[in-house]
Ligand binder design. Structure first.
Ligand code: PGA
Length: 255
């Protein structure tokens, strides 16, 4: 069974409001004919409401780039999953390497966020990936396994159907260096095998595992042609409507 591919754009801390609107207004007609691919954009918090409005009636969903694990309260500067749901978000990126490494989020915090997101009816895009030294030391699988095991603690099979994985080797993010399709496929297969052992085969076959890290319109197809690569989490190239739409179209051809 081949899964429906899912391509999401992680805008990070980029664009002005008018650029954000322009980006989605350009993207809508470029992908209006695309079928059988799930699509999402993840703008910065202040643009979620206007972007949800612009995308009303299109098939492009909206995700946030982070959330807090509490529902509400005295957490200055934070945004809850309820709030994201309330303003029309479908997805939320959790465990991104920039959150892990710049903001010190550990697996336990990420696990709380994943659990809360699922409770709120948001679909997490759960990111994992090794750093360059870890890959060079032959520790990729060990690192990824620890991140998955801890990040998904206490999550049932029923909840897991709403989780998307993003394998993002840290050394490939924003660097222009992508993992080769084979390197990525190996880790994707490892994740799927892990899911089969922890949950069951049906679930493991259903779960979408995106690749992320310098995906662009040139390398997207070769990556997504791999058996266990079901789409992409795109940073830099998602800021240009033409580039992002080409990546989405590359996902179609693999189905
Ligand atoms: P990149 O970012 O495509 O710019 O490497 C990917 C990501 O961080 O999700």
């Amino acid at each position: 069974m081949k899964r429906v591919p899912f391509v999401a754009g992680n805008w990070k801390m980029n664009t002005s409001l008018s650029e954000a609107r322009q980006l989605v207004n350009r993207l809508i007609p470029l992908v209006s004919e695309v079928k059988d691919v799930c699509m999402a954009v993840c703008p910065p918090f202040p643009y979620l409401i206007p972007i949800v409005e612009v995308l009303q009636g299109s098939r492009i969903k909206v995700g946030a780039q982070n959330m807090h694990f509490e529902k509400q309260g005295a957490f200055t500067g934070e945004v809850s999953g309820d709030m994201l749901k309330d303003v029309g978000c479908t997805y939320v990126i959790l465990g991104h390497s920039e959150r892990r490494h710049i903001f010190g989020e550990d697996d336990a915090v990420i696990n709380k966020k994943v659990r809360k997101a699922l409770e709120m009816g948001l679909k997490p895009i759960f990111c994992v990936g090794e750093q360059l030294e870890e890959r060079e030391a032959g520790k990729t699988e060990q690192i990824v396994e620890t991140q998955i095991k801890r990040g998904l603690e206490d999550i049932s099979a029923d909840q897991m159907v709403n989780v998307t994985f993003a394998y993002e080797p840290v050394w490939a993010i924003g660097t222009g260096k992508t993992a080769t399709p084979e390197q990525a496929q190996d880790v994707h297969r490892f994740i799927r095998d892990w899911l089969q052992v922890r949950y069951n085969q049906t679930l493991a076959e259903k779960i979408c595992i995106q690749y992320g890290g310098s995906v662009n319109q040139e390398n997207a197809k070769a990556l997504m042609d791999q058996t266990d690569i079901d789409g992409a989490l795109v940073g830099g190239a998602s800021l240009k409507a033409e580039h992002f739409s080409s990546i989405i179209k590359a996902a179609v051809q693999t189905t």
